[in-house]
Design a protein around this ligand. Structure first.
Ligand code: HEC
Length: 305
C-alpha cells in the first residue's frame, strides 16, 4: 500500500516538473516600466570596434550564461530575448536602466563602470544585425619565433589584402594565443593570452617555457583571430620550445590506437584475462545445462520404470 502511494507521489511530481518546465518556456516576462527621464538618457559611447569588443568581453563574462551566446535568452537560465523587435524598439537609456537596476532573476549591474554598460548595450544591439559572412574580410596570420637573449618571444603578424591588391598590416586586431601541448589535451594559454596588433600588424608575447612538449619537446603554437569585420582565422605551428616529455613511452608508443606490438602490457593482461573469464563462464553454463538435461532424462526413466 505504502509503496503504491510512493509511486503515485513520484509520478505526480514528475508530471508537475515537466509541466512547470513547459510553462517556464512559454511564459514571458511582465512589462518592465522605465521612468521617462531614464529612457531619455542618450548613449554617450560611440559605436566603435573598441566599444563592441569591450562589450563582447563583458557580455561573454557576465550575461552569456543566462542570455545565451546569441542573446536570444537561451542560456542556462531562462531569460529575456535581447534580439526581438520589441526589445530593440527601446531606447539605449531604457536598456541601461534595466541593466543597471536588474529585476527578479536578472541581477543589477550598478557596480560596473557606466562606460562598460554602454559598451554592452552597443554589443547587444549588434547581436541582431544580420551579418553576412560574405561581407567579412579575409586576414592572414603568420608566426615568428625569436629565441634571442634567453627570452623566447612569439610574434604574430596579421595582414590583409586591400582593394588595390596590396598586402597591408591590420592594426588593432586582437590575437589569441594558445599552446597545444602534447601531454595535456586542450589549450594552455601563453602569457599574456591575448593582445592587439600594433600599426605594423604585429603583436609579440613572451613565451612561458615550462610547458611539456612531446618526446622531442615540440609544442603546437596556435594563434587565432575572431573579429566582427574579419572571418575567423587560425594558424598552428610547431616549435621545439617545450620540455621533452619523459613519459612518452607510456602515452604514445604503447597506446590503444597503436598496433599489437605496442599494446600496453597491463592492457594485454587484463584483456586476455577477461576473454578467458568469459569463455570459462560460457563453458560452465553449458555444463550446467547438460547436467540439467541428464537429471531430467534420469527422472523420466525413473517415472517410466
Ligand atoms: C542570472 C541570469 C541573468 C544574468 C547574469 C543577466 N541577465 Fe539580463 N535578464 C535575465 C532575466 C531573467 C531577465 C528578465 C527579467 C524580468 O523581466 O523580470 C533579464 C532581462 C534583461 C534585460 C531586459 C530585457 C527587456 O525585454 O527589456 C536586459 C536589457 C538584460 N537582461 C541585459 C543583461 C545584460 C547586459 C547582462 C550582463 C551584463 C545580463 N542581462 C545578465 C537574466 C539574467
Amino acid at each position: 500500500m505504502k509503496m503504491k502511494r510512493n509511486i503515485l507521489v513520484t509520478a505526480a511530481l514528475g508530471v508537475a516538473f515537466l509541466y512547470s518546465g513547459l510553462l517556464a518556456n512559454a511564459q514571458d516576462f511582465a512589462p518592465w516600466p522605465v521612468p521617462d527621464e531614464a529612457a531619455a538618457v542618450e548613449n554617450p559611447v560611440a559605436l566603435t570596434k573598441e566599444s563592441l569588443q569591450a562589450g563582447k568581453s563583458l557580455f561573454d563574462l557576465q550575461c552569456k550564461a543566462c542570455h545565451g551566446e546569441s542573446g536570444k535568452g537561451d542560456g542556462l537560465i531562462k531569460s529575456a530575448n535581447l534580439t526581438t523587435p520589441e526589445f530593440l524598439a527601446q531606447t539605449d537609456g531604457a536598456i541601461h536602466y534595466k541593466i543597471y537596476h536588474g529585476r527578479g532573476v536578472m541581477p543589477g549591474f550598478s557596480t560596473l563602470p557606466d562606460e562598460q554598460l554602454w559598451d554592452v548595450i552597443n554589443y547587444v544591439r549588434s547581436l541582431s544585425m544580420v551579418r553576412d559572412s560574405a561581407d567579412l574580410k579575409d586576414a592572414t596570420i603568420s608566426l615568428y619565433f625569436n629565441d634571442a637573449e634567453g627570452q623566447r618571444e612569439l610574434t604574430a603578424k596579421v595582414e590583409e589584402t586591400n582593394a588595390e591588391g596590396e598586402v597591408v598590416p591590420v592594426a588593432g586586431m586582437k590575437v589569441n594565443f594558445a599552446v597545444q601541448t602534447h601531454f595535456v589535451l586542450g589549450q594552455l594559454p601563453v602569457v599574456p593570452a591575448d593582445h592587439y596588433t600594433n600599426e605594423n600588424g604585429m603583436v609579440t608575447v613572451v613565451f612561458n617555457d615550462t610547458l611539456i612538449g612531446d618526446g622531442e619537446g615540440m609544442l603546437q603554437v596556435v594563434a587565432s583571430i575572431q573579429d566582427m569585420e574579419y572571418k575567423p582565422a587560425q594558424v598552428t605551428e610547431a616549435v621545439g620550445w617545450g620540455v621533452p616529455n619523459p613519459q612518452d613511452y607510456w602515452t604514445e608508443r604503447r597506446a590503444l590506437w597503436k598496433n599489437n606490438d605496442y599494446v600496453p602490457i597491463w592492457l594485454l593482461i587484463s584483456f586476455t584475462g577477461s576473454a578467458l573469464a568469459i569463455w570459462l563462464t560460457i563453458v560452465y553454463v553449458a555444463l550446467l545445462v547438460r547436467k540439467i538435461k541428464l537429471e531430467g532424462d534420469r527422472y523420466e526413466n525413473d517415472v517410466n520404470t
